[in-house]
Ligand binder design. Structure first.
Ligand code: FES
Length: 117
């Protein structure tokens, strides 16, 4: 039986800005972390379209808008748009004692899909 890997601390929840993301590079990962209300989300920072940093994108509710060309990625759930979609990998995160923790043992059920504006 494989041993579980420990959770990885990413950032203090209180350090996440409202309506924007924060780039977090740790444990070989380059992540965009977002706070939406009391919820937290983490996706790969590199936009699957042309590599722009999604952490510098703006939030529209639970959607992050890529700053380069405007693709939108739904953070909360998989959302197949009406157009062919690009995928951004979503990571399992939770808040433990005020710290955003990444769980490397949890395989997220899906990547999040883009939709055109
Ligand atoms: S790089 Fe993100 S939409 Fe083009």
């Amino acid at each position: 039986m494989a041993e579980l890997m420990p959770q990885i601390p990413l950032i203090e929840f209180s350090a996440l800005p409202a309506h924007r993301g924060r780039r977090v590079c740790t444990a070989g990962l380059d992540l965009a972390v977002f706070k939406v209300g009391d919820a937290v989300f983490a996706i790969d920072d590199s936009c699957p379209h042309a590599g722009a940093s999604l952490s510098s994108g703006k939030l529209d509710g639970q959607k992050v808008i890529c700053p380069a060309h405007g693709l939108r990625f739904e953070l909360g759930h998989s959302c197949a748009g009406s157009t062919p979609a690009l995928e951004a990998k979503k990571h399992a995160v939770s808040v433990v004692d005020g710290m955003v923790m990444l769980d490397p043992n949890t395989v997220t059920p899906e990547s999040i899909l883009s939709e055109l504006t």
